[in-house]
Design a protein around this ligand. Structure first.
Ligand code: PHE
Length: 345
């Protein structure tokens, strides 16, 4: 029986070592250490032996079992590592493969123009201010020195919001309302730009929209003069349309500024000599003026000590001029064929 034992030890080691997979190893385990294996039979035969022999042989059987069980486990660990690395290999990502490309999106031309205008003023040290699109009569009109009987406040131009108990609420008609909110929220000096959406009661046509965007600028400080307004607008016109741009001021009326002006820039197509786009050589771009003392006072500012200027320009208007867009409505229709023109190269 001892010989059988030795032979089994050798056979078991050999079988375990040569098992090529976990399945083969499991089969070898049953054949070597199972109940019906030669080793199992030797073990069963122990009972029939006499005391001394039984102890001796029993120890030898145990040794053989321990050794073979260790060999089994060692092989199983080795095979498991193989299985794991095979799984990992099957799962591996090839970093050298080209990625799946999605078509590039692009910023909407209005966003591009707004960013450009706001960026210009941030570089001049201005800060961005914002206000609500639903305004009340006081911020949108009264504080801006727009009297009760001014045509701008009639139902014809404004869109009122019908919230029971709040007859004075409307969709803001100009970002100038943000001038008021800014001055009420801080003491001078003020250097802000306020981009935002505004609403008017209009039927859209090639040059008008009912919902459009403006950028308002407001400066209030000691010693601000009309020359500061001129210099600032000139810097903006050159920044937006190119260095050889010139600007002109035409007297105009806005209740919240005095004096008020309409500002034109030389046509970027013909350079100012006159062409079908501009006719006169000039393109009217925005409204501006020196902040009316009454507006400063409405916000609690000392109009003896502080002066300021303000202007507001339509972002859509700048966009159609800058990109020579024939119909302003193209900007809101979301037609991909149109928008693709603005995809960054
Ligand atoms: N709010 C005016 C408009 O919408 C523009 C403007 C702004 C004029 C500031 C003067 C000063 O037409």
């Amino acid at each position: 029986m001892l010989r059988t034992l030795e032979a089994e030890r050798a056979r078991g080691r050999e079988l375990f070592a040569s098992a090529g997979s976990l399945e083969e190893l499991e089969a070898a385990n049953i054949a070597v250490l199972g109940r019906k294996s030669p080793l199992g039979e030797v073990q069963r035969a122990l009972g029939a032996l006499e005391e001394g022999q039984r102890r001796e042989l029993g120890r030898a059987v145990n040794e053989a079992r321990t050794e073979l069980a260790d060999a089994f486990e060692a092989r199983r660990d080795a095979l498991s590592v193989d299985v794991e690395s095979a799984l990992l290999a099957a799962d591996a990502v090839d970093m050298t493969l080209p990625g799946r490309r999605r078509p590039d999106g692009s910023l909407h031309p209005l966003t591009v123009v707004e960013d450009e205008i706001v960026g210009l003023f941030l570089r001049l040290g201005y800060r961005v201010a914002e206000g609500p699109e639903i305004e009340d009569d006081w911020h949108n009109f009264q504080a801006l020195n727009i009297p009760e009987d001014h045509p701008a406040r009639t139902m014809k131009d404004s869109l009122y919001v019908s919230i029971p108990g709040h007859p004075e609420l409307l969709l803001r008609t100009e970002t100038s309302a943000v001038q008021i909110r800014t001055m009420l929220s801080q003491p001078p000096p003020v250097y802000i730009v306020a981009p935002g959406r505004v609403y008017r009661r209009e039927t859209p046509d090639p040059t008008h929209l009912a919902v459009f965007h403006q950028v308002e600028a407001l400066v209030v400080d000691e010693g601000i003069t009309f020359a500061d307004l001129k210099g600032t607008l000139e810097a903006m016109a050159k920044g937006l349309f190119g260095e050889d741009r010139r600007i002109r001021f035409t007297p105009s009326y806005f209740p919240f500024v005095e004096p008020g002006a309409q500002i034109g820039v030389t046509c970027f197509r013909c350079g100012g000599v006159g062409c079908p786009t501009c006719r006169s050589g000039w393109i009217e771009l925005l409204g501006a003026g020196m902040v009316h003392p009454k507006v400063l006072e409405n916000c609690g500012y000392d109009s003896e000590r502080y002066t300021g200027f303000a202007f507001g320009l339509g972002i859509e208007r700048v966009a159609i001029l800058k990109y020579e867009i024939p119909d302003i409505r193209l900007l809101i229709e979301g037609d991909v064929r149109f928008l693709e023109r603005f995809r960054a190269a």
